[in-house]
Design a protein around this ligand. Structure first.
Ligand SMILES: O=P(O)(O)OC[C@H]1O[C@H](OP(=O)(O)OP(=O)(O)O)[C@H](O)[C@@H]1O
Ligand SMILES: Nc1ncnc2[nH]cnc12
Length: 178
């Protein structure tokens, strides 16, 4: 991504100390959505990256509840791929696979609808931010439970000091390193 686009997006991010718990420095990406040209730059960069690095078609973009739902469908549409949500427990009807995980400020459970991702599918997992990597690793586990393959994890922001990428079983692409 061009350095000036990275700097513009960084300048739009909110930073909130001690949210949602004492000791956490919360990075808020919602202000980016107030600037459509910044959103366009983000989505175009991600789509260009995927198209120029993946030799084979992406079948499914999996977005993580809730902020991954803002980016995932936009990327999926441009790739001509399906969008499938991973949701917090108790929100998805039908037969689901589940994974318990730890994230930077607590524990949670993720679920996926088993019929939504076919065995053998090539999947991109996308979210706004990777901190400890617990959420993304749980999503990767769910993709495996569907007998599909995560070919890359994509994030807008990566908190490098938490080394979350080390928990993941496929390459990681993050637009902004903090
Ligand atoms: O790398 P980790 O330590 O696992 O943390 C990253 C996750 O935490 C945030 O979501 P959160 O669970 O707060 O949910 P929200 O999107 O519903 O606010 C963020 O959007 C990621 O999904
Ligand atoms: N520091 C942080 N800011 C925003 N979202 C997060 N999810 C986990 N850690 C986070």
């Amino acid at each position: 991504m061009a350095q000036h686009d990275i700097e513009r997006i960084k300048s739009l991010l909110g930073t909130h100390e001690d949210f949602p718990k004492k000791g956490i420095v919360f990075k808020d990406m919602f202000p980016v959505f107030q600037d459509p040209t910044a959103v366009e730059a983000l989505i175009s960069n991600i789509v260009h990256h995927i198209n120029s690095t993946q030799a084979e078609k992406i079948d499914v973009v999996v977005g993580l509840d809730a902020r991954g739902f803002l980016f995932g469908p936009l990327v999926a549409l441009r790739l001509g791929a399906a969008f499938v949500p991973v949701r917090k427990q108790g929100k998805l009807p039908g037969e689901c696979a589940s994974a318990v995980y730890e994230k930077e400020y607590g524990q949670d459970v993720f679920e996926i609808q088993k019929s939504a991702v076919k065995p053998g599918a090539r999947v991109i997992v996308i979210d706004d931010l990777i901190a400890t990597g617990g959420s993304a690793a749980a999503a990767g586990e769910l993709v495996k439970k569907c007998q599909a393959t995560t070919v890359e994890y994509v994030f807008i922001m990566e908190l490098d000091f938490l080394k979350g990428a080390e928990k993941l079983d496929a390459p990681v692409y993050s637009l902004i390193h903090l």
